[in-house]
Design a protein around this ligand. Structure first.
Ligand code: GCU
Length: 475
C-alpha cells in the first residue's frame, strides 16, 4: 500500500495490539503402534523403512486382526485422527475403525501404497470422550490390516487442519511454468486477504477474526503485512518478528497459506533495508522451514529506482531465504509500486527481458481498480503469459486505498485472474476508516467478523469472491 498512515490516528490501536493471542487448537499427539499401551495383534516389525519411532505393527493376516491405540483427550469433542499405514500389495486392506467400541468408519479403505516402504496417511474425524479412549483398527478381510505406523490425534479447537483446508489439499507449492502449482503439480489459484500494517491493526488479527477468515470467508491465504518504516519493524525488530511468528502459527492452525510480506515502502529502494531483511528472513525461514504453507514476499512496493536496482536486491535476498528453506516460493516486487513499471511509464518487458536469475519465484503486481484501468489490466494479462505473476495486493477503490469503488473494473481483473489462474490477495482485513478496509470502524478487536453485518461495501463484494468454492485438483 502506497499511502502514508497518519501517526496521530494510531495511539489506541498500538496499545491494543500488544495483547497476547492464544493458539486456536491443540497440537496433534502421536501414538506409536510399538509403544504400550498400544496393542498389536501380530508383530512389531522394523524391516520396511520410513516408519516413525522404532517400528510398526504388522498384524496377522486374518479377519478381525487389529491394532488398538489408547489415546488421551483433554476434553470431549470432535477429534481428527490420522492413521499412518503402508500396504505393499495392490489389494485394499479394509478395516473397521472404532472409537470406544463404536464403529466410526466401517470397512475403511487402506488401498495399496505402492510398496511396504511407502507410507500414507488416512484422516477421519470422530467424537472422543474426555480422558482415555480406544481407537481400534480391525481388518474386515482375511488379508488382515495394512501395516500401521502410528495415529495422530488432535482434539478440540475450531478448525483443525484436516483433509479439506487449502494447505491440506495443496501441500507445498511450487512454480511450474508461469503458474503456481500444488503438490500434484497442477496449477492452482489462491484467493485471500492481506492484513493491514501490524504496527496499526494487529488487533484485527485474533482468534475470532482469523476463524472468520478461514471458515466464513473460506480464504486460502493470509498476507501478513509487516511494514519496515512508518513505526514498523525498524522500531522494534523483536516485537514485529514475534508478531509475524504468531500470525504464521495462526494461519497454519487454520490450514491457510501465509505470505510473509516485507512491507518496504518508503524509502522505495529495497536495498536500503537489505541488512534488516537478511536478519528478519533468516529467522523466519529457519523457524518455519518445515511448514508447507509459507510464501515469502521480499519487497512490497519498490519505487523511485530502476528494475536493475530492484533485481539486484532480489539476487541478494533470495539465497538468504533458500539457505534455510530450500523449496519455498518467493515473491518479488516490481518497479513503481509493484506495477511491473507501468506507473513509471515502463512495461512488463523490462522484467521479461531481464528476469531474476533464480527458480521457484514469482513477480508481484498490485492494482487499485478505480485508478488503474485497461493499460494495467492488459499489462498483467500479457505478463502472466510470459512470467509467473502473483497479485499480492489489490483494491476495488483508488490507489490510496480509499474513495469510491469500481466494481465493474475490479470484476474484469478477477475474471482475467481466474482465467489465467493468477493468485490474488485483497487489501485489507482491518477496520481502518478507508473504503478499502473491509470492516467498519470499531469492529476490531471484538467483531462481529463473520457474516456481513460489519462489512463496508468493498468488504461485502470481496468476501463473496473469496468465498467462491475452490476447485483445487487433487490428482
Ligand atoms: C509382507 C510384508 C509385511 C506385511 C505382510 C502382509 O510379509 O513384509 O510387512 O505385513 O506382507 O501381507 O501383511
Amino acid at each position: 500500500m502506497r499511502w502514508k498512515k497518519c501517526a496521530a490516528l494510531l495511539g489506541a490501536a498500538v496499545l491494543l495490539a500488544v495483547a497476547a493471542q492464544t493458539a486456536a487448537y491443540a497440537a496433534p499427539i502421536r501414538y506409536e503402534a510399538e509403544n504400550a499401551p498400544a496393542q498389536c495383534d501380530g508383530t512389531i516389525d522394523a524391516n520396511h523403512a520410513g516408519f516413525s519411532g522404532t517400528g510398526f505393527c504388522n498384524a496377522t493376516n486374518a479377519t478381525g486382526s487389529f491394532v488398538q491405540f489408547t489415546v488421551d483427550a483433554a476434553s470431549a469433542g470432535s477429534a481428527t485422527i490420522s492413521i499412518r499405514y503402508a500396504n505393499g500389495t495392490t489389494t485394499n486392506r479394509p478395516a473397521d475403525i472404532s472409537v470406544n467400541g463404536s464403529v466410526a468408519q466401517a470397512a475403511s479403505a487402506f488401498n495399496g501404497t505402492g510398496a511396504w516402504t511407502a507410507w500414507a496417511t488416512k484422516t477421519l474425524t470422530a467424537n472422543v470422550d474426555a480422558g482415555a479412549n480406544t481407537i481400534r483398527i480391525a481388518a474386515t478381510t482375511a488379508n488382515g490390516p495394512a501395516n500401521i505406523d502410528y495415529v495422530d490425534v488432535e482434539v478440540g479447537g475450531t478448525t483443525p487442519p484436516g483433509g479439506t483446508t487449502p494447505v491440506a489439499i495443496n501441500g507445498q507449492l511450487h512454480v511450474c511454468g508461469v503458474n503456481l502449482c500444488n503438490q500434484y503439480n497442477r496449477p492452482i489459484q489462491l484467493r485471500g486477504m492481506s492484513s493491514h500494517g501490524l504496527q496499526w491493526y494487529y488487533q484485527c488479527l485474533n482468534t475470532a477474526s482469523l476463524d472468520a477468515l478461514a471458515n466464513d470467508w473460506k480464504a486460502d491465504v493470509l498476507r501478513i503485512s509487516m511494514y519496515i518504516q512508518e513505526d514498523g519493524y525498524e522500531t522494534n525488530p523483536r516485537l514485529f518478528t514475534d508478531r509475524v511468528h504468531n500470525l504464521i502459527e495462526m494461519a497454519t492452525a487454520r490450514g491457510m497459506y501465509a505470505i510473509v510480506d516485507w512491507h518496504m515502502l518508503d524509502p522505495g529502494d529495497p536495498n536500503f533495508n537489505l541488512a534488516r531483511a537478511k536478519t528478519f528472513f533468516t529467522e523466519i525461514a529457519s523457524r518455519h522451514k518445515n511448514k508447507t504453507n509459507i510464501i515469502y514476499e521480499v519487497a512490497n512496493e519498490p519505487s523511485g529506482v530502476s528494475w536493475s536496482t530492484i533485481r539486484n536486491y532480489h539476487h541478494q535476498i533470495i539465497p538468504v531465504i533458500r539457505a534455510q528453506d530450500a523449496d519455498a516460493v518467493i515473491l518479488l516486487g516490481t518497479r513503481a509500486w509493484s506495477s511491473l513499471g507501468v506507473s513509471d511509464g515502463a512495461s512488463e518487458t523490462e522484467v521479461v527481458n531481464n528476469p531474476v536469475n533464480a527458480t521457484n519465484i514469482m513477480y508481484t503486481f498490485h492494482f487499485y481498480a478505480a485508478s488503474h484501468g485497461s493499460g494495467y489490466l492488459n499489462t498483467l494479462s500479457r505478463a502472466a503469459d510470459r512470467i509467473p505473476m502473483f497479485v499480492t495486493e489489490f483494491g476495488t477503490q483508488t490507489a490510496s486505498g480509499d474513495g469510491g469503488n469500481n466494481f465493474t473494473r475490479s470484476q474484469e481483473y478477477l475474471d482475467l485472474m481466474a482465467q489465467k489462474k493468477i493468485s490474488w490477495v485483497n487489501w485489507n482485513y482491518s477496520d481502518d476508516e478507508r473504503s478499502g478496509a473491509v470492516f467498519t470502524e470499531g469492529t476490531c478487536p471484538s467483531g462481529q467478523f463473520s457474516g456481513t453485518s460489519r462489512l463496508k461495501p468493498a468488504g461485502v463484494w470481496v468476501r463473496d469472491r473469496v468465498r467462491t468454492p475452490d476447485n483445487f485438483p487433487t490428482s
